[in-house]
Write a protein that binds this ligand. Sequence first.
Ligand code: TXA
Ligand code: MG
Length: 333
Amino acid sequence: MGKIHPIGDGRLLSSSPQDIKKASISLRKGDLVAFPSETVYGLGADATNDLAVAKIYSAKGRPTFNPLIVHVASVEMAQRYVIFDERADALCHQFCPGALSVVLPRKPESPLSLLVSAGLQSVAIRVPSHPVAQRLLRACQLPIAAPSANPSGAVSPTKPAHVVSGWPDHGRVGPDFIIDGGACPIGVESTVIDLTTTTPVLLRPGGLSLEELEKHLGPITRASPNNTAPKSPGMLSRHYAPETPVFLNATRSRPGGLYLGFGSIDEQPAFNLSPAGDLSEAAANLFALLRHMDSLNAKSISVAPIPARGLGMAINDRLARAAATNDGQNYLT
Ligand code: TXA
Ligand code: MG
């Protein structure tokens, strides 16, 4: 404790027991703590504390109609806040902890801040498997509301340095602490599935593949993006966006632009999501590579085609949003 972190930011904590304790005390006071999960870093606050949850919205510049995922240590803990039916029970016992967020009806007596639901009657619940997230949840004994730890509209952070770069100025509302858990192993956000309807609806493809989910749930409806009344506002088309224009399904770079490859290519480009053509590796590298390439001030980033199976669905979803032209709707998480 108290030692200078290699990134040189006083807000950084290690994942030692003492630092986890410090972070949990800070959360219990109503502060914001960024923490690693297996998907991306989250910007956490006590989900039962209105003021703390409100700080998340202001730190991110996030519209208050966009609800937050509530992280809990276990499925048993989730049952205090939302109503589980048999289908939800079976699904969570199969996939929790993991890269899955399940939208379920809020219990009327739930102590969660109404702000996490952003006016809906539901709550998205997630049990992260990352050991640091688990230790933090168990130390603070709270449900933690946490969106991805980036200012609204930016690419989600998969390393502590990405979180730091989102709020470089200590004076602005941002994370009071950032727990360093290294790089996030999955690298894309959780899959969000709505179980408040008769047929489950996929609100966001993510780190748990649709194929895996359908094996257990049967057919899942895919929500279509609706820019006027989003059911899951993260579905708005432009999101996860770098500043540099992004072009998809490209076989080479454009003049003055960069190329982001996938798989083995005759002439290896400088940047490759996975030279071996492995989708898990590609997901883990996606946001860090987009951030890095975005920082090089090139005219464009052209990206190789990515197969649509498994994690490729989430990768293609994020790439499509990164490539969407900004139509004034760039106001999301
Ligand atoms: O992997 C993740 O999911 C990360 C880590 C930190 O857990 N979190 C994350 O949160 O990506 P965020 O806020 O960036 O995205 C949450 C998505 C948004 O698209 C939001 O609209 C949707 O989940 N969501 C949250 N609560 C919902 C609800 N009650 N009904 C429908 N959609 C909901
Ligand atoms: Mg986000």
